[in-house]
Write a protein that binds this ligand. Sequence first.
Ligand code: UTP
Length: 503
Amino acid sequence: MLDAELLKKELAPHGQEHLVRFWGELSEAEREQLCADVRAVDVAEVVEYFRRTQETSRTDQQKLDDRMKPIPPHIHGSAVRSGPREIAAYEAEGLLQVSRGKVGVLLMAGGQGTRLGVTYPKGMYDVGLPSHKTLYQLQAERILRLEELAYSRTGRRGSVAWYIMTSEATMEPTLRFFEQHAYFGLDRRNVVVFEQGLLPCFTFDGKIILDGKNRLSKAPDGNGGLYRALREEKVLDDMERRGIEYLHAHAVDNILVKVADPVFIGYCIKKGADCGAKVVEKTNPTEAVGVVCEVDGRFQVVEYSEITPMTAERCNNDGRLTFSAGSICNHFFTRQFLRHVADRHERKLRLHVAKKKIPYVDASGHRVVPDKPNGIKMEKFVFDVFPFSERFVTWEVDRTEEFSPVKNADSTGKDCPATARNDLFALHRRYLELAGGMVTETEEDFVCEISPLVSYAGENLEGSVADAKLRSPIVIWAEGEVPASNGTVNGTAGYINEIHAYA
Ligand code: UTP
């Protein structure tokens, strides 16, 4: 027998007894659902979280500006400013660790993709490349190619474990998608899909919102929910069993992402880092991107909205922005660091607040979809663990080579499928030119796609395209890949094909 009084007693000290106000109208099954829903939440903890959000929003902006310092140069490496020998040494170290099976990837794929406006996981999104490969497929194939590269360089075959963090909404469709596509050729034992947690939504005055008479309103706990999920879903134990020491964590929506990037991983290892951030140079002071910087001797990401325009515009003698290390949700962690954070610091992570229109049941029991924000969602951010790092480093990369996220619908013209597609075409065209291919056309919409199974980052192309005249559209497939289109395929040397028409 379920007892409303008991539940009320548990909730009352936290000011949440309103959650049982429809008890009298619920069937036995619905009461059970409500109890389960409430008990899945640590009410004391989340109410404390809400209290903390009220403090955070009162932080003194000016004070933060005064305390910020740029990243010291000795821990701020750069792919752009390092010589080829240095880069090669980092890459060799990264590939060695891949071949030893010490590298894992943490893919953050639990977001709701509201700005893009899709009802399925963003990883399943097809930006409209000639191959129609989805973001998940591109990333899977980069892992496959990297394993091959590591093998050819070291003579040792290691695999990369791929940990995919999903959420309540993205878990099932993601699993189904991978099943349907036979894990894109990966060994399914090396793909671990797990689910992040949820946090209740609150009204502005601190009451948990009821989404139904027997159901709390909850939302994913942000990409910083990673750390709790790593512990609770036993992912850290899995890493330990497999002997994985180094993790590359990144967002699902960056079409150019170098998955398990051996250069970045090698750099972080050689620097003895426990935590690292890949960054791109912020060149425009008003770009709404967080910057990595030092505050009171620790590192953190400071959001554009947290600093004054004067600080954002500050420049060095060479004219570059002082705070230019733009965070791109792309990080390195040692397993040990992740364990430390998950066990010791996870509850202390900062909470970020988003005011949202959150459906609720009104006093008469009707579900209302509000037309203006009526409450908050709380999220943890993946980068908020930087202050816990004892050896933190940053690695700056060229944006055109590594960062083009799919955030918005095409109508915005920014960080959308069209820009992602074009950025990939431009990069792949550059790869072909560097390999000796001659592109005679100058048009901007030059279509050029290279299968990740052929080349991870521009390697392996010389033999096929050197001195060849190339014209758009070009699609380079690996041997055995079946073109998604039924366009005319003009076979050229070996497995390289030039496709002149595609669906
Ligand atoms: P974003 O903050 O861009 O969110 O996530 P989103 O869900 O992709 O898009 P919007 O804001 O709803 O439009 C950056 C990365 O963090 C992941 C996302 O999947 C993306 O890879 N993420 C975000 C999670 O894994 N879990 C979350 O709770 C939130």
